[in-house]
Design a protein around this ligand. Structure first.
Ligand code: ZN
Length: 452
């Protein structure tokens, strides 16, 4: 089989292009809402057109633009593979930044700006890879799709969700590469790249408590406030069951295989248990941060975050509403979850489901996952890669029948915490070598996978 992976100077060319595209994309303010992603799709469409690639731009609402482009295989023997991403970004607090969040300035090899990590870097890198694939004119055995969606940061209903519903044929892929993975966890002294092969669902619950109103100068029992307090206490004491999904099982097995010895034996012991509990994980050699993450991806969580109550300080309110952000491990439906929370609260409040997203999980073992693994280890021979369940939510949730993998790696270089807390935070920035590396990875992955 011919090896179509990049070598110098091609790797250099792809890297240069990715840096240039990222800088241009960062300078387009696509803060969502209102998004105005049309600016980004206009820029991308022009680059594609210059290479003779036709793209389709569909707007769910004026300016909320989604772009899709295809590289066609002459005689396809497999179904399409998609490079997907979103062009919108979250808002910034300008005065908290050390450099212009929409400037794309490069200072001491770091490019600064909103979206440099989430996720204009990946959009730019995948675009550079896609254009290089076109130029290379490889004998494709499956079509390659490039997709840039709007509105991911708010909900995706005007982006990926809308395209899936109204233009399904445009994104009819078997496999997709998406955001959500490529970061590293440490266990037992070894570093592992995680590849998202599933993600938790987000369901929002509103719980309404009702009680007698009255004047605050004369306390009365069974008020809405009192019921709220009892419900919060019951939620705090409750521990939802531990659930080990396929991606988490595969992750732990993968880590065990690398660590060997006692750690592997301990992981095997836990995975063999009929109903493991959180205490069983106590002896695993994990940092506090990774332990917290492991908890989140093995449990449904219910975190109260919003409260609507009271009109005046001297009036006992007759109604109080609590908003709870719940993250569900795949396998439990939002309706089942609503019932469970309702039982825990014990009938003192009315539980309503206001947002229903179940979790999703792709099979961690697939030819595309093997290709991701093979491509990474070719570039970084000492790298270990394991599947993972993503605790947050991405556009993957909209595509129940596409096998979406969240993976976009950075170099295995410690950036002294430069990235810590900057995604959706202040001073988001990326080392240009990481921009280059991601783009080269995307090229090598597709050049191999879509020609085999
Ligand atoms: Zn994102």
């Amino acid at each position: 089989m011919t090896d179509y992976r990049s070598h110098e100077p091609l790797a250099q060319t792809i890297g240069d292009a990715a840096v240039e595209y990222l800088q241009a994309l960062v300078r387009l303010d696509t803060t969502s809402p209102p998004g105005n992603e049309r600016q980004a799709t206009g820029y991308i469409a022009a680059l594609l057109a210059a290479e003779g690639i036709e793209s389709t731009v569909v707007e769910s609402e004026p300016t909320r633009a989604n772009l899709v482009a295809w590289l066609r295989a002459e005689n396809p023997t497999g179904r399409p593979v998609m490079l997907m991403g979103h062009t919108d970004v979250v808002a910034v607090e300008r005065d908290k930044w050390d450099h212009d969040p929409f400037g794309g300035e490069i200072i001491e090899d770091f490019m600064w700006g909103r979206g440099t990590l989430d996720m204009k870097n990946q959009v730019a890198g995948q675009l550079a890879a896609f254009l290089a694939l076109k130029r290379a004119n490889l004998p494709l055995t499956r079509d390659v799709i490039f997709a840039a969606f709007a509105d991911e940061e708010v909900s995706g209903t005007l982006g990926a969700g809308w395209v899936y519903e109204h233009h399904r044929g445009l994104i009819d892929a078997e496999f997709a590469l998406n955001e959500g993975g490529g970061s590293q966890v440490e266990m037992g002294g070894a570093r592992f790249y995680t590849c998202g092969t599933g993600e938790k669902g987000q369901s929002i619950l509103n719980v309404t408590f009702r009680g007698k109103p009255g004047h605050a100068s004369t306390p009365i029992p069974e008020t809405a406030m009192e019921k709220l307090g009892i419900a919060l206490e019951r939620l705090r004491e409750w521990e939802p069951d531990l659930t080990i999904t396929k991606p988490v099982r595969a992750m732990l097995e993968g880590i065990g295989a690398v660590l060997g010895g006692n750690d592997q034996a301990e992981i095997r012991r836990i995975l063999a248990l009929e109903s493991p509990v959180w205490d069983d994980f106590a002896d695993l050699p994990l940092s506090d941060r990774d332990r917290t993450r492991l908890y989140a991806i093995t449990h449904h969580t219910a975190v109260p975050t919003m409260l609507t109550a009271g009109q005046r300080i001297n009036v006992i309110p007759s109604e109080v509403t609590l908003g709870i952000d719940c993250r569900l491990v795949p396998g439990t439906t939002p309706e089942e979850w609503r019932q469970l929370v309702s039982d825990v609260i014990g009938g003192i409040g009315e539980v309503e489901l206001v947002n229903r997203n179940a979790g999703v999980a792709s099979d961690p073992h697939s030819p595309f996952f093997d290709a991701i693994k093979g491509t990474l280890t070719n570039l970084v021979p000492e790298a270990h890669i394991v599947p993972n369940l993503i605790g947050g939510r991405t556009d993957a949730a909209w595509f129940p029948d596409i096998k979406v993998y969240g993976f976009y790696p950075m170099l295995p270089v410690d950036r002294d915490g430069a990235y810590e807390g900057t995604v959706h935070g202040h001073n988001e920035r990326i080392h240009v070598d990481d921009v280059r590396f991601g783009a080269r990875f995307a090229y090598d992955l597709i050049a191999g996978f879509a020609t085999s």
